[in-house]
Write a new protein. Structure first.
Lengths: 824, 361
């Protein structure tokens, strides 16, 4: 035991003498754990939120009865179905606004509510149930409770709405209030109505008589027809995981090079220890103990950083998920012990994996082996060819996967294989490029410069690979996001047909406004808009009714349309559907549209398919007359106001204030197109904020890898630089050469990364996006962005190599002299 | 029949708890004596009126419609069935409110028993929304698809002929009951005393039903015939504080007489007994506490406890000494709370069949 202790002390002494190398190793361990565990934290948080939301209503796990028309229906149906032996429980759902926040109200019957549905506990005792009913209880999440009780105004609003006393239940999703049916009907002003009858067990609806359903105007909705957040958001989380994995691997590379170097440099020490009688087994165990200690410490720091990263990113992630999928996740990070243990476990396992090679060598090191420290670099060279071969194999996988498999995961596998292949190929390509440059050089110093660069590639390859990956991902994701933004802006232009959108006009007011506008200019028009939300093929779909007008003809953009699509739609025989809907339901032009109530589906065909970027729901546009026949009860108070000629900005402002004053509208009942566009773009930017943040983080990781790589090398490289210094190259010149070397290697790496970045962008747009969202983007090129990234790569290299160069510049000449003195 | 209120309260603890596993093992005793402020009180000299009293009495705290039947199938195999609907008012409400503001809660129990099998099931519901309730004209008492439907028209009593239906996973029955005798008022014209402290309930029965119909048990059809007994009872504060369980008998004697007899067991080992001996013509003779005796003869291990499944019930004044044996000693009602209820056989000279209910073991 004592000799193990002294052995450990001797080994640890090495790190004391080389704090920078120690820092590298530590940075590697932290990097590996931090982003990975951060991403895992975000994912698990989101998963919890989805589970809560899904478990809450049971509606997602169990089939339910809903009105064919998608509206609420009389609650007497509940008793009728129960008496007929159909075991269902009523649920009323609706929304209210409290202090500017939309809250989902869910009314349940705690007595018939399916008991084994998670997330909802009315109570365990008689008293609990009685209290839930009288005076009543409102179950809500801690965050929602904090929000609602944070000021007197929301509390007053709650009281005005007649919401029963609040009871916190941690399992509740945010922004949801669950209460008994009695207060819920009153709060939502839906006395005598329910939204659905949820089956109390999976087979409860198996034998419902079709006649009974028809007479009640209800239909069975299977759980798979409801919207599963898991499915929708998978792509997003896969994306995050990929970023986390990337960083994990980069971190492990850093650990690998740091421990590899340390092993080589401790070779004499190890040999001495062995010669002193420490067995190979004991020595290896001590080395492992040393590594585990550091991995534990580095891992713990990494976990804390991961937590901080997750906490910082979570609001953006929440915004992204809301924007992209309408999914709500909590923004208070809560992590179980499992997360911490898993993170530390990853750190330990990763560290072992990254050092397996060194440990194996230490184990097998003959006592009398040479203590020359540089063999490690030479060995690395043999890796180049192996790496190149591996990369060819990976490219093969990347090419085959999309041919053989469909789906999101195959898209990501393809991207992963492509990027990893490119990264592995990088040192090989770099050594060829540098070799060519060396051949072109005509003077001794440039020749030495290139030869030395080439020699350094293997030492820096991990860092350069990390840089290359970061750049490719940046180019790929950046191109996608910018393409998306450009398309989105164009699309907003074509979509926002009217100049103003007005909610809450009654028919008389609408007629009057229409008359007044007509008098101002014959080109003006007040266009009624209707909307209902439906579920078709298990997917939320918004159906709009609109009045045919030249405004639509002039603006509306199509991906495909029949020659006389506007005529068909106006006549009620055709509808326009969004790209998402067409893809999801596998519909083409002139196909009949299934799933409409009544006999309509047989008589309506698809006249046009339009792009609807970023909308998580499907969309159908149909003539207003047709719409009114199908949904006579839909609210008829929405209008678009089309102005021709267009007034100036002041004219708009005047018109808006005229209309709000005249019809006593609140400001949120009238929206102008410009504001709507700005709002939409703001949402868009928020949606992709997390992607941008992760991009910068990966670049930082690459920069760190480069810095630590250079630092590890700097000491070992003195024997190469000392002869040059002795031949008269100044330290300043040497430092400058070191900088130039890093920059040129970074530049070559960036050049190599660009095509892969574009390939990645194509994969994202053509495969991943279509799988994840159901629409395909036109791909645009952004050379400006590439240039920025190229410069950013150089900047990263510059920052990373500045300190090592500065150290070289300031190195004491005696140190360089010592190289010769030490030479054996 | 005295003890049923405790059962109901027990049942309703569970009903409202919704989490059966969390039912406190001991806490139900206190419920029987919680103050009954706001509920109507059972008065000694208020005569029962029909058909109104067949319907619900929402001003009272608890109430039930309780049918047990002793049957034989086409092969002479003895069977038993139970159909029960309990009502409980969580808060005093004199009028039955329509809608979700109604504070009446309902609980249904049903069971089918043979010598070797005993299946039971239960249903919960709140009142006012159609899932459970009792209507008078036409008569119907129901919880989900478990229904008791009146088939007779005036001037015949609404309960003269009724149809009983229940469906569960393992059994299903649909039987018709026809009364061959009058309604029986227990105690003093339906005012039935429950303890020395004066707890009481309104209590009447129809013990003269002849039954025919169909039971499907484990997929097998049984055409059945036999006798049934309906109990109707309502009250607001039914039990004394020290009463911990009961043994209750409803017996069809071979000679055509009927005997209702129960003992309430006290925590100190004493009992309070009561009963009614009903003649073949339907005249009821109340039996005072000291006129009855109950002696357990044999115990069986049921659901992990020792329960007497063979009894001697004696009414010395009437010269009756009946040996009563359970058809199936394992007639445990495996619901959210457990109790023993099942058909029994009267051995010896008297002969006959009946039902036994035991709680608090």
């Amino acid at each position: 035991m004592t000799d193990a202790f002294w052995c450990l002390r001797a080994l640890l002494g090495y790190w004391r003498r080389r704090p920078l190398q120690f820092l590298t190793l530590f940075a590697g361990l932290i990097t590996a754990t931090a982003l990975w565990s951060g991403v895992q934290a975000i994912n698990s948080q989101a998963r919890q939120s989805y589970d809560k939301a899904a478990a809450l209503m049971g509606g997602d796990a169990l089939p339910f009865l809903a009105a064919i028309k998608g509206t609420d229906f009389p609650d007497s149906r509940f008793g009728e179905f129960r008496r007929a032996g159909v075991s269902v429980s009523p649920v009323l759902e609706g929304k209210i606004e409290v202090a500017g926040r939309t809250l989902r109200i869910i009314g349940i019957d705690p007595v018939s509510y399916p008991r084994d549905q998670g997330g909802l506990t009315v109570g365990e005792t008689t008293e609990d149930l009685i209290r839930f009913l009288d005076p009543g209880r409102t179950l809500l999440s801690p965050a929602t409770s904090t929000l609602l009780t944070s000021g007197p105004a929301p509390m007053r609003m709650l009281a005005e709405h007649g919401i029963p006393p609040l009871t916190i239940q941690p399992s509740m999703p945010d922004d949801v209030l669950v209460m008994d049916m009695f207060p819920a009907q009153a709060v939502l002003e839906r006395m005598g109505f329910v939204s659905k009858l949820v089956a109390t067990n999976p087979t409860a609806l198996a034998h419902v008589s079709p006649t009974m359903l028809r007479e009640a105007g209800l239909k069975i909705v299977q759980p798979e027809e409801t919207i599963s957040m898991d499915g929708l958001t998978d792509s997003f989380h896969l994306n995050l995981t990929a970023f986390g994995m990337l960083s994990f691997i980069v971190g492990l590379f850093m650990v690998h090079s740091a421990t590899g170097l340390a092993f080589e440099q401790r070779r004499p020490l190890i040999r001495t220890l062995r010669a002193c009688g420490i067995s190979a087994r004991k020595l290896t165990l001590v080395l492992i103990a040393e590594l585990m200690g550091m991995a534990l410490l580095g891992g713990a720091i990494g976990m804390v950083m991961g937590y901080l990263i997750a906490a910082a990113l979570l609001p953006d992630v929440a915004a992204s998920l809301r924007g992209l999928y309408g999914a709500s996740i909590g923004t208070d990070l809560s992590l179980g012990p499992g997360w911490w243990l898993l993170g530390l476990g990853m750190s330990l396992a990763g560290a072992l994996l990254a050092t397996a090679n060194s440990l194996h060598k230490a184990w097998r090191l003959p006592v009398l082996a040479s203590a020359a420290p540089m063999t490690w670099y030479r060995q690395q060279k043999y890796w180049l060819r192996g790496q190149a071969m591996a990369s060819v194999f990976l490219f093969g996988i990347a090419a085959l996967v999309p041919l053989l498999f469909n789906g999101l995961v195959s898209g990501f596998v393809m991207i992963g294989a492509l990027l990893l292949g490119a990264a592995l190929l990088l040192p090989f390509v770099l050594s060829i490029l540098v070799g060519i440059a060396g051949k072109l050089a005509r003077h001794p110093l440039p020749e030495w410069f290139w030869a030395d660069s080439r020699q350094q590639i293997s030492g820096l390859s991990m860092a350069l690979m990390a840089l290359m990956l970061a750049l490719s991902v940046n180019i790929g994701v950046g191109t996608m996001v910018e393409s998306f933004r450009l398309t989105f802006t164009d699309w907003l232009e074509s979509r926002l047909v009217s100049d103003l959108y007005i909610n809450g006009l009654n028919p008389d007011q609408a007629n009057e406004l229409s008359r007044n506008l007509g008098q101002t200019s014959a080109g003006n028009a007040l266009l009624p808009i209707r909307k209902v939300d439906q579920v078709m093929a298990g997917w939320p779909v918004e159906i709009y009714g609109f009045q045919d007008h030249k405004a639509y003809h002039d603006h509306w953009a199509f991906l495909q349309a029949t020659p006389d699509h506007w005529k068909q739609v106006a006549a009620g025989t055709g509808v326009l559907v969004s790209e998402q809907l067409a893809r999801r339901m596998n519909l083409s032009l002139n196909d009949p549209l299934p799933g409409l109530p009544g006999a309509s589906s047989r008589t309506v065909t698809i006249s046009g398919i339009f792009p609807d970027y970023g909308n998580p729901k499907g969309m159908i546009m149909m003539a207003i007359d047709r719409f009114d026949a199908l949904w006579p009860d839909a609210p008829a108070d929405r209008f678009g106001l089309y102005l021709d000629p267009k007034p100036d900005r002041q004219g708009y402002t005047r018109l808006i204030s005229d209309i709000t004053d005249r019809y006593a509208l609140t400001p949120d009942q009238i929206t102008d197109q410009a504001a709507l566009k700005a709002y939409s773009l703001r949402i868009f930017d928020k949606t992709f904020a997390v992607t941008v943040a992760l991009n910068s983080l990966t670049l930082m990781v690459a920069g760190t890898a480069l810095l630590t790589g250079l630092l590890s090398l700097s000491a070992a490289r003195l024997p190469f630089l000392a002869p040059l210094w002795a031949m008269g190259v100044t330290r300043k010149h040497l430092a400058f050469l070191e900088l130039a070397k890093s920059l040129s290697l970074a530049a070559f790496t960036a050049l190599f990364a660009a095509p892969f970045g574009l390939l990645l962008a194509w994969c994202l747009v053509a495969i991943v996006n279509v799988e994840a969202f159901g629409w395909r983007l036109p791909l645009h090129w952004f050379p400006g962005q590439w240039l920025t990234l190229f410069l950013l790569a150089l900047l990263t290299a510059l920052i990373a190599s500045l300190y090592p160069a500065l150290r070289l510049y300031r190195i004491r000449p005696e140190k360089l002299l010592k190289v010769f003195a030490d030479e054996r | 029949m005295n003890a049923r209120p405790l059962l109901v309260l027990l049942a309703l603890v569970t009903l409202v708890a919704l989490v059966p596993a969390s039912l406190p093992a001991q806490g139900y005793g206190g419920l029987g004596t919680t103050p009954d402020a706001g509920y109507e009180t059972v008065l000694p000299d208020k005569p029962l009126t029909f058909p109104q009293d067949h319907s619900a009495h929402p001003g009272f705290r608890i109430e039930w419609w309780y049918v047990t039947a002793n049957l034989e199938d086409q092969n002479g195999v003895p069977m038993g069935l139970q159909w029960t609907l309990f009502r409980n008012a969580l808060t005093p409400q004199s009028e039955p409110l329509e809608g979700w503001g109604n504070r009446q809660f309902w609980l249904g129990h049903s069971a089918v028993t043979t010598k070797s099998t005993h299946y039971s099931d239960e249903r919960y519901a709140r009142g006012g929304v159609g899932q459970a309730g009792v209507s008078l004209s036409p008569f119907a008492a129901w919880i989900d698809q478990w229904q008791m439907t009146g088939l007779s028209v005036p001037p015949k009593d609404f309960l003269h002929k009724i149809r009983l239906q229940a469906t569960s996973d393992t059994y299903q029955y649909d039987v018709t009951l026809t009364a061959k005798g009058p309604l029986i008022r227990h105690g003093r014209s339906g005012y039935s005393i429950k303890s020395d402290e004066g707890q009481a309930s309104y209590y009447y029965s129809q013990p003269f039903y002849e039954v025919s119909g169909l039971i499907i048990l484990d997929g097998e059809r049984h055409t059945v015939r036999g006798k049934a007994w309906l109990d109707r009872e309502w009250s607001s504060q039914p039990l004394a504080e020290n009463q911990s369980g009961w043994d209750w008998f409803s017996l069809h004697l071979e000679d055509g007489r009927k005997l209702m007899a129960f003992q309430l067991r006290h925590t100190d080992g004493k009992t309070y007994s009561s009963g009614t001996l009903i003649s073949t013509e339907g005249s009821a003779a109340p039996l005072a506490p000291e006129a009855l005796s109950f002696t357990p003869l044999e115990k069986s291990t049921v659901a992990g406890r020792e329960i007497p499944t063979k009894w001697r019930v004696s009414v010395p004044g009437e010269g009756l000494s009946l040996t009563v044996t359970a058809l199936n000693p394992q007639s445990w009602m495996e619901n959210s709370f457990g109790y023993w209820e099942g058909p029994v056989r009267i051995d010896g000279a008297a002969g006959g069949v009946g039902y036994l209910e035991m709680t608090g073991y």
